[in-house]
Design a binder for this molecule. Sequence first.
Ligand code: NAP
Length: 243
Amino acid sequence: MTDRKIALITGGSRGIGLSTALRLAEAGCDIIINDICDAEKAQPALDKIKAKGVNAYFYSFDVSNDEQVQKNVDKMIADHGKIDVLINNAGITKDGLFVRMDADQWERVIKINLSSAYYVTHAVIKHMMKARSGSIVSMSSVVGVHGNAGQANYSASKAGLIGLTKTLAKEFGSRNIRVNAVAPGFIQTDMTKDLANTDDYMKFIPLKRMGTPEDVAEVVKFLALDATYVTGQVLEVSGGLII
Ligand code: NAP
């Protein structure tokens, strides 16, 4: 077993997940990234993480499939002995006005963004309990706090992550496991690349720019590793956005 902390980041091969993996690697963690893509597609991300001087591993599975999650977390523990830090980051959008939102659109987003956090956390936390130590950060969103027209499914999933975060903080504090969430605003990634009228959003962002994945990663790293007396909190990373 390595002396370094091991961090698992779901959806870690690109976007905010990859930036978080790189930041935690800079802080000295060995890194496990998960993604639904195959190993070849994830290789550039692994190479970037390894260039920080730590070990990096990739496990391909769908976070919305409980069976796959359990099998892969078991394998991670068999391979590496522990998971010290869990970042529930994988997520998707399937936007549309509520009146036209079909059940599949609703359920897909809830399953990938929210049920996934139950599956992965449930599989990982028993090992953290045994170790009497652990830190979990889930990627919520400002729209999980404030709501957003056209994103009922996504907002509900991100609000659900906040409820999960606060509850797990209460249930697992006595085991020395901290559970927090980050709520990003508009961050430049593939998820937001097709957003129209981004100039309009600037009216509502005091810092007058979209965020970068690195802006978010810095806060995730703070909550995951440094904030040793912080649990059950939701930290907005939004340039001051008020919806
Ligand atoms: P992104 O660039 O679209 O990356 C999403 C990642 O999640 C990808 O690596 C993707 O894998 C992975 N993923 C999707 N479905 C998966 C599944 N079923 N199993 C495993 N991995 C899966 O998005 P991002 O902007 O970095 O967002 C990361 C997180 O931050 C998400 O939870 C998102 O909701 C949240 N967030 C983003 C923003 C923003 O403005 N960008 C704002 C607030 C919150 P593939 O590469 O295989 O597709």
